[in-house]
Design a protein around this ligand. Structure first.
Ligand SMILES: [Zn+2]
Length: 266
């Protein structure tokens, strides 16, 4: 059986001088791992088509136990990324995220287009990486079934307040009033408040203004084609990045090596 699809090469592992195993995020089959035999010796077109960060037309043979790439023709290789260590580090982080969050053997058209758009913006435009990164993180988490509940305060239902708190552990919002409210309940059922229990917010949260709340709602709810089309002040973008990283860390219990490297480039 053969598979014909398009995909972005998100990982390559050399087996020996000629052969390698590549991981691709494909449009029709999600994340797949395949052998690329003689990848370095045969035609240059195949060699380029199975290189890291190449978006390629893939012709894959389905063997008994593994996939084997018959042919690969690159459509876009994002060459400019290779000239900038920071952008390259970010691109590799997106690849690691895709490997962790995208489905295997199921279509991943939306996730693939999000990452391709992110790479295009990194490569060809001056869109700040600080905006691109949280969009990719949060939207891939949403697609993987981890959509945060951003409609209203999870306690009182308020849609907006001057400041809200994002609760990264549960992925909920809590308005400042509820977050800061301290409720005293006498333990003995009397009005004697001297033995009162102090109730605080359900979990530690990150304080955010409505600009960031709106950005979070935008990232979560808009069609993928409009994902990157908003603006925020630099300071808010920094906070947004902290927040999506925290949510990612709580949701996916995994160390992202490329994220550590990326931070080292800052
Ligand atoms: Zn509230």
């Amino acid at each position: 059986m053969k598979l014909n699809t398009t995909g972005l090469i998100i990982k390559e592992q050399n087996l020996d001088e000629n052969d390698k195993i590549v991981t691709a995020l494909t449009k029709d089959y999600g994340v797949i791992k395949a052998f690329a035999k003689n990848a370095k010796n045969i035609r240059k077109s195949l060699s380029t088509g199975v290189s890291l960060l190449s978006f390629s037309k893939l012709d894959i043979f389905v063997g008994k136990e593994s996939y084997i790439i018959n042919d690969a023709g690159s459509i876009e290789i994002f060459f400019e990324l290779r000239k900038d260590i920071f952008k390259m580090a970010m691109a590799q982080y997106f690849c690691e995220l895709a490997g962790a969050l995208c489905p295997t053997d199921a279509p991943a058209n939306e996730q693939l287009s999000i990452i391709l758009n992110a790479l295009h913006l990194l490569c060809k435009t001056d869109k700040t990486p600080l905006l691109i990164k949280p969009c990719v993180e949060l939207r891939l988490l949403c697609a993987a079934g981890y959509m945060p509940d951003l409609v209203m305060c999870s306690t009182c239902g308020a849609y907006e307040q001057k400041t809200m708190h994002f609760l990264p552990k549960s992925g909920k919002l809590c308005c400042a009033e509820c977050y800061n409210k301290t409720v005293f309940t006498p333990e003995d059922g009397t009005q004697n408040y001297s033995h009162a229990n102090k109730k605080t917010a359900p979990e530690p949260g990150v304080e955010i203004d409505m600009g960031i709340v709106t950005a979070l709602r935008h990232i979560t709810f808009v069609p993928a084609a409009k994902l990157f089309s908003f603006e925020l002040p630099q300071e808010s973008l920094v906070r947004l990045n902290q927040l999506t990283e925290l949510y990612l860390a709580y949701t996916v219990q995994q160390d992202f090596v490329t994220l550590k490297f990326l931070k080292g480039c800052l």
